[in-house]
Design a protein around this ligand. Structure first.
Ligand SMILES: Nc1ncnc2c1ncn2[C@@H]1O[C@H](COP(=O)(O)OP(=O)(O)OP(=O)(O)O)[C@@H](O)[C@H]1O
Ligand SMILES: [Mg+2]
Length: 235
């Protein structure tokens, strides 16, 4: 098992946001995490990537306990998160933003090769490499956030709402690219409000409600599940 989260509890001050979340991700899988606003999806990703500390429970990556490992070390181990809200650096160029993503990498040849691959995935990032990131459209900034995470050459990519606020055509493009990234051997955990697109892409999915996993199944089964259809797929 590549990633195992077991009975994870996370609190913000005195308020517990995750009440014992357990999930697992196999090498090569695309796993979707669905749930309403405030369910704890972002909190779960941030705990995995080390941006938030758990108060109880365990996270293992390739069998190694990582819930006390600093975030930068997790990036070096192969865990990268592309944050929600496209948190890129607007006053830096596209290229500078991508370079920052490679901070754990030292092999220049590998970095250049990886950059070339990212430019193939998102040609617009090559076209606009000298442009300030803040001047990109929402969709382009989202691509840059994913590209930046990929610059770390992750084994597992954690994506938080990659389709948020994008026009339908662009959503299609992004999901197509996620498929290509997965085909290249990168395992993906995908948090999405766009449940239909996420389940079409994913192998398996988890549904969260108020800090807990309430359902887990193969993506096809979740797509057909009446509870999921009513709550997340518009009936
Ligand atoms: N920085 C914070 N300080 C205090 N409480 C927080 C903080 N961030 C999130 N929370 C709370 O933790 C719970 C889970 O939030 P989280 O952001 O993980 O949900 P989410 O599923 O990602 O929601 P959304 O779909 O809106 O992104 C919510 O009740 C939220 O209000
Ligand atoms: Mg969120």
């Amino acid at each position: 098992m590549l990633l195992e989260v077991e009975n994870l509890h996370v609190r913000y001050g005195n308020v517990e946001a995750l009440h014992g979340v357990s999930l697992m991700v196999r090498q090569g899988e695309i796993v979707a995490i669905l749930g309403a606003n405030g369910a704890g999806k972002t909190t779960t990703l941030s705990a995995i990537s080390g941006l938030l500390r758990s108060s109880a429970g365990e996270i293992r990556f390739e069998g190694r306990s990582i819930h006390k490992t600093p975030a930068h070390q997790l990036v070096a181990m192969g865990i990268a998160q592309a944050p929600e809200g496209r948190r890129i650096f607007g006053t830096l160029t596209v290229q500078e933003n991508l370079s920052l993503g490679a901070f754990t990498q030292t092999d220049r040849v590998r970095i250049a090769k990886n950059l070339q691959w990212i430019h193939e995935l998102f040609p617009v990032l090559a076209e606009r490499r000298e442009q300030l990131a803040g001047t990109l459209s929402g969709g382009e900034q989202q691509m840059l956030a994913i590209g930046r995470a990929l610059m770390a050459q992750p084994r597992i990519l954690l994506l938080d709402e990659p389709s948020l606020g994008l026009a339908p055509l662009l959503v299609k493009t992004i999901f197509q690219t996620l498929w290509e990234i997965s085909s290249a051997g990168v395992t993906i955990v995908l948090v999405e409000q766009n449940a239909h697109a996420a389940l079409k892409l994913a192998h398996r999915g988890y549904v969260m409600e108020v800090g807990k996993i309430v359902l887990e199944d193969r993506a096809e089964a979740l797509l057909a599940n009446s509870q999921v259809r009513d709550a997340y797929l518009g009936g």
